[in-house]
Design a binder for this molecule. Structure first.
Ligand code: GLC
Length: 496
């Protein structure tokens, strides 16, 4: 909001008589209009963002150059090359670690199709998240052993040719990792509350392999991947027109197929392309993990930042980073709304009960899930919203108009997130030139559970890529992050 408008609004302090009621209504209207102008992203602004993202993608694939600012997108090579998936056969394991829970998966693949799967979720104790590498990876290795006992599949390790067979395992590790090959990569920095020492700057595959050895678990970690990559590959095994993998959940990110010859920052990848690309049209492609959560974080020059986004960023442990993620992810959507609601209460637009709620006073207390529920409330007089605010946050909202304002705030925050997510997908598809016929595999609670989110994304994509955007299929790919690692293990271990 402009400071001039804020000054004007601060001078409008209505009391109770008739004239003042008009003033109060005027103030409310001005403030709400200003919020709408900030949160509804205009088509021209979306086009600017889209062009800038294309630029950042292109720069991020090249070697860094003196005098050229580094891209805000990491554009990390995954070392997963596009191959025919149909040859994959056998039993593959996967480990999916991206938050406080991790999953162990066992998958049976025949002719490139998953014919059976078993899985189990384990919760990582806080002590292991903040301990050291040995205790964290030791816990994971013990859980894998436990899984094999629980599911009665120790026989997978059957002796073959006098040797116990090491089982191929794919490892989804959803943190920023600098990969150096399909089965090696160093953690750049921990996110999502993890602080275990001795992992940053180390090869996480080696740490896991070492833990397996110590615990007597006979697994061979043949592939390492990000959750977006797992999601893309899971859908790709079913649908060869899958161009992108996207996560819109607690965190947000995307990956896509890029021509290997364009990844000029890695000479080995370019050399691979030179060996395999052929005059008859075969072009090698590799999945690139964009890490788009960090888009435009250096100068925030095109993102539609508001005072609320700045406040969240300032109070966050990773200040100045992941500015895009902080506008679109489940971790932050509720918090953006909470900040707006408290602001509206401080301006007299919402009842004082918002400002005096102990529960709402705490940062991150307003859940993104409730944000979604309120935005979708269609009950007469918004009675569901009334009940939810009272039960979850101890805020009584007797005034029906105030409830409609709360619903509008939640809707605006979600709408902007969906527009920005759609913009990022449009930019990526425009980069690949495949915007006319593409499947986009999407996973994550924000996409799956927020009413209306997909429709706004779809409209935004269409607005940016033109008529072809109608053939962009946003497809929910649940649990793709884990299954994908097993599929990637299948590709990697069989050279399929
Ligand atoms: C964060 C991580 C990224 C991951 C995303 C979704 O943005 O940096 O690697 O893909 O969360 O889980």
């Amino acid at each position: 909001m402009t400071s001039r408008l804020v000054t004007v609004l601060e001078h409008i302090t209505p009391t109770q008589n008739g004239d003042d009621a008009t003033l109060a209504a005027l103030k409310t209207r001005l403030i709400l209009d200003s919020l709408r102008a900030q949160f509804i992203v205009a088509p021209r602004r979306l086009r600017e963002m889209c062009s800038f993202m294309l630029h950042e993608m292109t720069i991020g694939l090249r070697p860094t150059q003196d005098g050229v600012p580094a891209s805000t997108l990491r554009m990390l090579p995954s070392y997963v090359y596009k191959r025919d998936a149909g040859n994959a056969n056998g039993i593959y394991y996967a480990l999916d670690l991206g938050g406080t829970n991790f999953r162990v998966i066992r998958m049976l693949v025949r002719g490139g199709r998953m014919v059976q799967s078993l899985s189990e979720k384990f919760t990582i104790p806080k002590s292991e998240m903040s301990g050291d590498a040995d205790s964290l990876f030791g816990f994971i290795a013990r859980s894998v052993r436990q899984f094999m006992v629980n599911k009665d599949v120790q026989g997978d390790n059957d002796v073959q040719n006098n040797q116990t067979k090491a089982l191929p395992l794919g490892f989804t590790f959803s943190f920023p990792v600098k990969q150096t090959g399909i089965s090696s990569g160093e953690l750049i920095s921990w996110t999502k509350g993890f602080t275990a020492k001795g992992v940053e700057g180390h090869d996480v595959v080696k740490l896991l392999q070492h833990a397996f050895q110590k615990q007597g678990v006979n697994m061979n970690v043949v592939a390492l991947c990000n959750d977006t990559v797992g999601t893309l590959i899971t859908r790709y095994f079913d649908d060869a027109t899958t161009e992108m993998g996207v996560i819109l959940g607690t965190g947000s990110n995307a990956c896509y197929w890029e021509k290997a010859r364009n990844i000029t920052k890695d000479a080995d990848i370019v050399a691979f392309a030179q060996r395999h690309d052929s005059a008859d049209g075969h072009t090698s492609e590799m999945v690139i993990n964009m890490e788009f959560g960090n888009f435009d974080s250096t100068h925030v020059s095109v993102l539609p930042r508001t005072q609320f986004d700045d406040a969240i960023d300032q109070a966050s442990p990773n200040r100045g980073a992941q500015r895009f993620e902080k506008m679109i992810s489940g971790m932050y959507l509720g918090e953006i709304s909470r900040q707006v609601l408290l602001y509206l209460a401080s301006m007299g637009v919402l009842p004082a009960s918002f400002g005096s709620s102990d529960r709402l006073a705490k940062a991150y207390s307003f859940h993104s899930k409730d944000n979604g529920l309120i935005s979708a409330d269609r009950t007469p007089g918004l009675m569901d919203t009334r009940q939810l605010l009272e039960e979850h946050y101890g805020v009584r909202v007797e005034d029906e108009r105030a409830r409609y304002i709360v619903r509008e705030v939640c809707t605006l925050v979600i709408h902007r997130a969906a527009q920005l997510s759609g913009m990022a997908i449009a930019a990526t598809l425009l980069k690949t030139g495949r915007q006319d016929n593409a499947t986009v595999a999407v996973d994550g609670s924000v996409f799956e559970k927020t009413p209306g989110f997909r429709a706004v994304m779809q409209r935004t994509i269409q607005g940016l890529v033109g008529r072809g955007g109608a053939d962009v299929r946003l497809t929910l790919t649940r649990d793709g992050s884990g299954f994908g690692a097993a599929f990637i293990a299948a590709l990697a271990s069989q050279g399929a």
